[in-house]
Design a protein around this ligand. Structure first.
Ligand code: DGL
Length: 278
């Protein structure tokens, strides 16, 4: 048994999709969440910046004594994940493999879509893994760079007058490809699942990448005997690098619980002095 918290991180609010699932699956576990809301979005940045930021984010979580790290971010998983994994001595989980496995299982027609940030789509990671897991499948992808800023700004209602047309704009080409399964390969996008569902209807299975990462870590910790042993009462603390109030408001709507007094601001200057490789 291991009473230490599980660390989860993302560039902003997206990793809450993993937190929601983790707290549902493992209500007795403590969770430390880090969202780099002062520097989001990562997905339109270059590789070097994404790697540097990711190392700082992970260093922050390690300082909090976490027993495992969940990279609840498609962008970091695909751009920096392999590098991070090499340097960590705690179990490390990412979004690509579990999401692709779930998609390969869900598809009936073999026509799948992936939506994610510019950096993730350009990496080709989801497309490559799907090709391995479902040979012969047809995979169509689309970068949706405006969706992360919309989520961060709290435009998450399915009928939001800015988000609904943006969702239609990005998803229409995939709808024309007649996909039956769509990987939400950026963890911010499941927060827009009601808007995406409203566009597609019920005919397309949505794969929530944050949820899939949470399922992977929960399964691993149970098997490795690393759960806390508590059945309930786990606490979640949220650290962000910008004003916690905006974060707390949208996080509260998405998680269905108030997070106000549990959202703490981290000084970006201090974070910039950290490095998970040290
Ligand atoms: N949630 C992040 C992801 O999964 C968003 C990346 C960004 O900051 O652009 O890719």
């Amino acid at each position: 048994m291991d009473p230490r918290p599980i660390g989860v991180f993302d560039s902003g609010l997206g990793g809450l999709t993993a937190v929601r699932e983790l707290t549902r699956l493992l209500p007795g576990e403590d969770v430390v969440y880090f969202g780099d809301t002062g520097r989001v979005p990562y997905g339109s940045r270059g590789r070097d910046s994404i790697i540097r930021f990711a190392r700082q984010d992970v260093a922050f979580l390690l300082q909090r004594g976490v027993k495992a790290v969940v990279c609840a971010c498609g962008t970091i998983s695909t751009v920096a994940g392999a590098l991070l994994q090499k340097t960590l001595d705690v179990p490390f989980f990412m979004v690509v493999d579990p999401s692709c496995r779930a998609a390969a299982k869900a598809t009936r027609t073999g026509r799948m879509g992936v939506i994610a940030t510019n950096a993730t789509i350009a990496s080709g990671s989801f497309q490559a893994r799907l090709g391995e897991l479902a040979p012969g499948a047809q995979v169509f992808s689309a970068a949706c760079p405006l969706l992360v800023p919309l989520v961060e700004a709290g435009h998450i209602a399915p009928d939001d007058p800015i988000t609904a047309p943006a969702v239609r704009y990005y998803l229409e080409p995939l709808a024309q490809r007649d996909i039956d399964t769509l990987i939400l390969g950026c963890t911010h996008y499941p927060i827009l699942a009601p808007a995406i569902r409203r566009f597609f209807g019920d005919g397309v299975a949505l794969i929530d990448s944050g949820q899939q990462a949470a399922l992977a870590v929960a399964g691993f910790l149970a098997e490795a005997g690393m759960l806390s042993g508590r059945e309930a009462g786990g606490a979640c603390t949220y650290y962000v690098t910008d004003d916690p109030r905006g974060f707390a408001k949208t996080a509260g709507i998405f998680l269905g619980t108030r997070v106000d007094d549990r959202a703490v601001q981290v000084d970006l200057g201090v974070l910039e002095g950290m490095n998970s490789e040290q």
